[in-house]
Design a protein around this ligand. Structure first.
Ligand code: ATP
Length: 328
């Protein structure tokens, strides 16, 4: 295998889950004889991530993203296939490997709850055997980049969700991991804090060149950070490539944003009205008829503003998933 940061070939993970039938009789029967079914959480995926690359990992709930990240981080054994991260087999969990990666899960706390983050940072220093001078300079850089200030001296439990995510990220980066797995790092945060976290991730990547695999339900995160995305559904990859190509390949329509002098005009004859925000109407129009539709709008109305854009990424992914479901 080459020197990609992540190399995954036909990776699989199946879970055996008990079938739950309803009713008293079924409950009693299940005491003696349990039926199981196989859940193919990850069903044969193949991809590579280059050194320093930031890749978005997208898919609906239950698609297999977290299961994949856990296998890459060495928390779960694969049921089949091959996985190499930084040239290592993750589930062997060699200390040297663990000191070169980090997994941050937005819905999980990894720092000690009752003590200040600064104490957990010290613990990480000892666990990862970070030389004191390197530790101080990395910590100070993270405190500065994330604007942590006094936050690291307060017990973690007293921090807001956004503040906690910032100190979590700092804790996860103290040992300067080359590979970063981020599972919903902006989950539940307000827009300002989401932006702050995403800017930090971008800046950290530019400075240190670590590779990042990121899952997020917020497309703004993905659009800001990832040129490439992998879309997964039902444990299988539906798309792997440039985010821009995803739009170009799939979107058979454009979105027109129109503001008319007559804000109340009915525009349903020009295309599908997607939304109306005050005087501004968003229309979905087939790509090939966009020039004619814009020409008609301009000829038949007093147009104050007109924009032509690709549909939002959320819509494109929705189309992709719908097409994937129709595939045999
Ligand atoms: N420990 C487990 N035991 C049984 N089934 C599991 C286990 N972990 C995950 N699954 C199942 O595997 C599938 C994939 O789950 P996974 O958490 O990887 O999805 P996801 O893409 O991360 O979803 P989300 O966006 O909701 O976090 C789901 O059907 C889930 O119920």
């Amino acid at each position: 295998m080459g020197d990609a940061a992540v190399e995954v070939v036909d990776l699989r993970r199946t879970f055996k889950v008990p079938e739950r039938e309803t009713g008293l009789r079924a409950s009693v029967r299940s005491l003696f004889h349990r039926e199981y079914r196989q859940v193919h959480a990850v069903d044969g995926i193949t991809f590579e991530i280059g050194a320093g690359e930031v890749v978005g990992f997208l898919g609906p709930n239950g698609a297999g993203k977290t299961t994949t990240l856990k296998m890459l981080a060495g928390l779960l054994h694969p049921t089949g296939g091959q996985v190499r991260v930084l040239g290592e087999t993750p589930h062997r969990r060699r200390p040297d490997y663990l000191s070169r990666i980090s997994l941050v899960m937005g819905n999980r706390n990894q720092l000690q709850w009752d003590t200040p983050a600064a104490d957990s940072f010290e613990l990480n220093r000892a666990v990862y055997r970070i030389p004191p001078a390197e530790f101080r300079s990395t910590r100070d850089e993270l405190v500065d980049l994330l604007d942590l200030g006094a936050l690291i001296t307060k017990p973690v439990r007293n921090l807001s969700l956004g503040e906690r995510m910032k100190v979590e990220l700092a804790g996860a980066l103290l040992h300067r991991p080359q590979m970063l797995f981020l599972d919903e790092p902006t989950l539940g945060l307000d827009i300002t804090m989401q932006k702050r976290i995403r800017e930090f991730i971008g800046e950290h990547n530019r400075r240190h060149g670590s590779s990042v695999l990121l899952t997020s339900h917020y497309m703004a995160d993905v659009e800001a950070l990832c040129r490439r995305v992998i879309v997964i559904d039902h444990g299988r990859i539906l798309f792997d490539g440039d985010l821009a190509a995803l739009g170009g390949r799939l979107a058979a329509y454009k979105e027109l944003g129109v503001t008319l002098a007559d804000g109340a005009a009915d525009l349903s004859g020009y295309g599908e009205v997607r939304s109306r925000d005050g005087d501004r109407v968003t229309l979905r129009v087939p790509k090939e008829t966009t020039p004619q539709v814009t020409a008609r709008l301009l000829a038949e109305h007093t147009v104050l503003d007109l924009t032509v854009e690709d549909p939002p990424v959320e819509d494109i992914i929705e189309l992709l998933l719908a097409a994937g479901h129709k595939a045999p």
